[in-house]
Design a protein around this ligand. Sequence first.
Ligand code: TXA
Ligand code: MG
Length: 320
Amino acid sequence: MQQQQVVAFPTETVYGLGADATNEEAVQAIFDAKGRPSDNPLIVHVGNKEQVYEVVESIPPMAHALIDAYAPGPLTLIMKSNGVSAPNVTAGLSTVAVRIPDHPVAKALLETANLPLAAPSANRSGRPSPTTAQHVYEDLEGRIAGIVDGGATGIGVESTVVDCTGDKPIILRPGGITKEQIEAVAGPVGNDESSLNADDQPRSPGMKYTHYAPEAPLWLVEGDVPFFKAQIAVLQQNGKKVGVMASEELAPEVEQADFVHVYGSRASLNEVAVGLYNALRSFNTKDVDVILSEVFPEEGMGVAVMNRLRKAASETIVQP
Ligand code: TXA
Ligand code: MG
């Protein structure tokens, strides 16, 4: 880190790409390695609750409540920055995103470095976030100093990003902590990706970019199983090779597809989240022209799953 280099490491959500958050040059290396637009700010990771104070001006009551309830954990809080983080970490905003990850390797790294670590997800910009060291390697080989391999991550989607700078918490990105969990300790939430913050800028700068996309186009299919099967048939009649991202329940119904990636049961949306990014990546090595995915109920972890699927599909939704 002292050489302004960047290293990928596991967290409980996805792999992060870390560098000294106080060092502008090191942080720039993260943007370069990812090909990330410089107006999309990074999350600052700290090792414990006390260290949150090192990067923020103050901790508002709602943030205190959320930290007490869910940190360390898959939660990122937006608060006023105290300017300790390098300006490129926050992309010039007056706020900073802070998270205490809950993973033994991330904790050990933060303790050893004894620094706040700026770390976005360790993927190339636009691609699905990495849930294994292999995914990081596929995206960033030759572009970063190293990868700490801690096996597959446990949650599978990124942290929930909550803006704590206003009167009520606003969920900027659904993730590992659900809306119900936030409301239980911090009261009713607003949920507006497009509203403006105190700097008169979009609250969530990352939201405007393409995200999580596999190489082949992804379509989300609403409607019942016969409708899903009919979509496969029509595409194949038109000479297309069709991939399907399927739950265990859907998989036996769609064997006609050219490639089926099975990833968890509809009975457990947590399981679907764990396998989601690996599923999206699995098609990149398969000869398919289009990928079809089922949709999931938008409750609990299903909110984060559908948020990522919609972005990966650029909102391409096929309806009966
Ligand atoms: O689970 C996670 O959050 C993972 C692991 C590695 O911690 N990290 C992650 O980072 O997903 P990244 O950079 O891929 O996503 C950070 C999100 C982006 O949508 C960014 O726009 C938003 O947080 N963000 C960061 N700072 C912000 C700020 N000051 N105001 C509003 N949004 C901010
Ligand atoms: Mg990311």
